[in-house]
Design a protein around this ligand. Structure first.
Ligand code: PMP
Ligand code: GLN
Length: 390
């Protein structure tokens, strides 16, 4: 059996969701909404099923979805994208991340990864025979350690994987930080794989800036979006990659060998969704901002140290003020069992010492991530349970 996979644990999201189900706990762990996505998008998917959209669609995606992705790139970011050569539709952003890595990596290439990192990045980089170079961001400020980042780039660097808005930190990278990263990428002739699944989920006037829009970056970037996040339909697993035409053929071949295609009815519905008016996208962010405020204020009133969230589905909290004697894994298990509320330990987003021998900081062990993409009643009930437990 494959040794790397044998050594990889079951994802923390599945572990905590299973524990939440077993304990009948309110699951603020795994990030998925408990409300439906837009009705017209769901109806478009149902109509397409009944309309005979049930056979293999084209390899790189339905033409109408590729066009919609190109249109969205122009509308939101001023990017001119050729839908025929510069868009690949995938089965979720998860597949897109793997496809982008496959498209550019050869064994022995180095990939710069920024911790906290989404759980698929590290195993996939290693499965492809590439070498991870980890750079650590630390709570509560999640500042980009510029020196450590520059030091992680070298002659073997082939790519950096960048997640902004960032899970679990809720950080939106600033224009200045992006310019610093862009400079490193250009100077090393590297690629940037940009996991932008939370692109439309930003708050307080923070705007997501794709690295791809910075000067000279278009040929270097692969930009990844997710219909799951943009339309609150996480089970659909429809993702899309936008990348320069020079990368298109290899991205298509990676996708060809991973899943080949993605459900056509869902693709058609996502095309309908991406064409929705600005009121939809503004309303989505405003609604989540309200939920963030509701949960953040409630957790702060209970004594948690609540870190700011500029984007994503998540608030990160320091639980030390509550007086719990144990690490974040113990805390998340404890509140699941004792309070009936589930969160995710932030240390799960950090690599072990074997992958991070020269880490530029410690793994944080006293932070828990709570998802706020839930109905207000569920957020209130979770807060009431935590108050009763405390
Ligand atoms: N990247 C990040 C940072 C995520 O949080 C998620 C959400 N699960 C994904 C990728 C995967 O997205 P998808 O469900 O479209 O595969
Ligand atoms: N992205 C979601 C989260 O961070 C979970 C996705 C998954 O379960 N793989 O909670």
């Amino acid at each position: 059996q494959n040794a790397l996979l044998s050594a990889t644990g079951t994802t923390i999201f599945t572990v905590m969701s299973a524990l939440a189900a077993e304990k009948r706990s309110i699951n603020l762990g795994q990030g998925f909404p408990d409300y439906e996505g837009p009705r017209d998008v769901v109806e478009a998917a149902a109509a397409a099923l009944l309309d005979g959209r049930n056979q293999y669609p084209p390899l790189t995606g339905l033409p109408e979805l590729r066009q919609a992705v190109a249109d969205a790139n122009r509308r939101f970011y001023g990017l001119e994208i050729d839908p025929a050569a510069e868009v690949v539709v995938t089965s979720g952003a998860t597949e897109a991340i793997t496809a982008c890595l496959m498209a550019v990596l050869n064994p022995g290439d180095e990939v710069v990864l920024i911790e906290p990192l989404y759980d698929t990045y590290l195993p996939v980089v290693k499965l492809l025979g590439a070498v991870p170079r980890l750079v650590r961001l630390s709570p509560p400020r999640w500042e980009l350690p510029r020196e450590a980042l520059a030091a992680a780039f070298g002659p073997k660097t082939k790519a950096i994987l960048l997640n902004s808005p960032m899970n679990p930190a809720g950080k939106v990278f600033t224009a200045a930080e992006l310019a610093f990263i862009a400079d490193l990428v250009r100077r090393h002739g590297a690629y940037a794989i940009c996991d932008e699944v939370y692109e439309h989920l930003t708050f307080d006037g923070w705007k997501h800036i794709p690295l791809m829009t910075l000067p000279g970056m278009r040929e270097h970037c692969m930009r990844i979006g997710s219909a799951g996040k943009t339309f609150s339909l996480t089970g659909w697993k429809v993702g899309y990659i936008t990348a320069d035409r020079s990368l298109g053929p290899n991205l298509a071949k990676a996708h060809q060998n991973l899943t080949f295609t993605t459900a056509p009815n869902l693709q058609r519905a996502v095309a309908v969704g991406l064409a929705k008016g600005d009121d939809y996208f503004d309303g989505l962010a405003a609604s989540l901002q309200g939920k963030r405020d509701r949960l953040a204020a409630g957790l702060a009133a209970l004594g948690f140290g609540v870190l700011p969230t500029m984007g994503s589905y998540f608030v990160t909290t320091d639980f030390r003020p509550l007086g719990f004697a144990g690490d974040d894994v113990a805390f998340c298990r404890h509140i699941t069992e004792a309070a009936g509320v589930t969160a995710i330990p932030v240390s799960a987003f950090y690599a072990g010492p074997e992958d991070s021998p020269a880490a530029n900081g410690p793994v944080p062990t006293h932070f828990a991530r709570f998802a706020f993409c839930k109905s207000d009643a569920v957020l209130d009930e979770a807060l009431a349970r935590l108050a009763a437990w405390k």
